[in-house]
Design a protein around this ligand. Structure first.
Ligand code: NAD
Length: 268
């Protein structure tokens, strides 16, 4: 049995992860972590997730429970994830990161903290989105030069970063397939006298509304036809199942940085 620690165990993804860990035949919950000061500290992680009590109570000090887990799954916030990664490195624990919204400095801090451990990080752990990444690569290669490329994403009203990490990953896949640098060609939202569209740009549009779990559409619009590649998540369980699958896979890997394409065998 692989013992899993979940950071952010009282959060939207955290509760779903507790259920996904309980459902997987090779995993059991070892640790449930929340932020210091959380009203949920001391609560039973199973009960919080809407399941039977499992006796794993929420704690706020990862280092103190390092002996009780093999892999940490972290869906929290950038600063918390960096701090947790340092604890994992100090205790040589495998780490699955789903947190999004890292700025350039935080990315560098995370890279520095995770050099000596097995790390699987993905902006989206759903199998469907990872298949979409492959479809996007193909569409970009064949249609990209003759098409205007626009990425639309929609999420629930509580999401704190935009565009979504998944939309940015989709942009990176498309840009890489076309030999473009996303930092040079991305256009985030449009307003006022924008002028005609520069054909090399990749546009992003974000909607925040209601309880939308996560919609993404990449449009390749040429003269006379357009291709749209769409993914719609209807439950967080799609991400949680993928993250637990990644944790099981990662437990058998040497130190290094991986993503969901590696877990699913889609690399190359
Ligand atoms: P949320 O706000 O519901 O949950 C985050 C939880 O982390 C909260 O309960 C918060 O108290 C807790 N937390 C904060 N600091 C902490 C710390 N130091 N230690 C332990 N816990 C701490 O948010 P959410 O909707 O569950 O999303 C969490 C993150 O996961 C976001 O960055 C989101 O974009 C990302 N996400 C990624 C994927 C993916 O597939 N990669 C899918 C969904 C969400």
């Amino acid at each position: 049995m692989i013992r899993i620690a979940i950071a952010g165990a009282a959060g939207r993804m955290g509760r779903t992860l507790v259920e996904a860990v309980a459902n997987h035949p090779e995993t059991r919950l070892g640790v449930a972590l929340e932020r210091p000061g959380s009203e949920f500290l001391g609560a039973d992680a199973g009960t919080l997730a809407g399941l039977a009590a499992n006796g794993v109570l929420l704690v706020d000090d990862l280092a103190a429970v390092a002996d009780a887990f093999d892999v940490l799954i972290d869906f929290t916030a950038p600063a918390a994830t960096i701090a947790n990664a340092r604890v994992c490195a100090a205790h040589h624990k495998a780490l699955v990161i789903g947190t999004t919204g890292f700025d350039a400095m935080q990315k560098a801090q995370l890279d520095a903290a995770t050099t000596g451990l097995p790390l699987c990080m993905a902006s989206n752990f759903s199998t469907g989105v990872n298949v979409c990444f492959k479809l996007l690569e193909l569409a970009a290669r064949v249609l990209g030069e003759e098409s205007d490329i626009e990425i639309y994403e929609a999420h629930h009203r509580h999401k704190v970063d935009a565009p979504s990490g998944t939309a940015l990953s989709m942009g990176e896949v498309v840009a890489a397939a076309l030999g473009r640098d996303l930092r040079q060609v991305a256009v985030y939202g449009r307003e006022g006298q924008t002028g005609a569209r520069d054909p090399r740009t990749i546009g992003f549009a974000s909607v925040r509304a209601g309880d939308i779990v996560g919609d993404h559409t990449v449009t390749f619009a040429a003269d006379g036809e357009r291709v749209e590649i769409t993914h719609k998540a209807s439950s967080r369980m799609a991400f949680a199942r993928g993250a637990v699958r990644a944790a099981v896979w990662l437990a058998g890997q040497p130190d290094g940085r991986y993503d969901m394409q590696d877990v699913l065998g889609l690399r190359g």
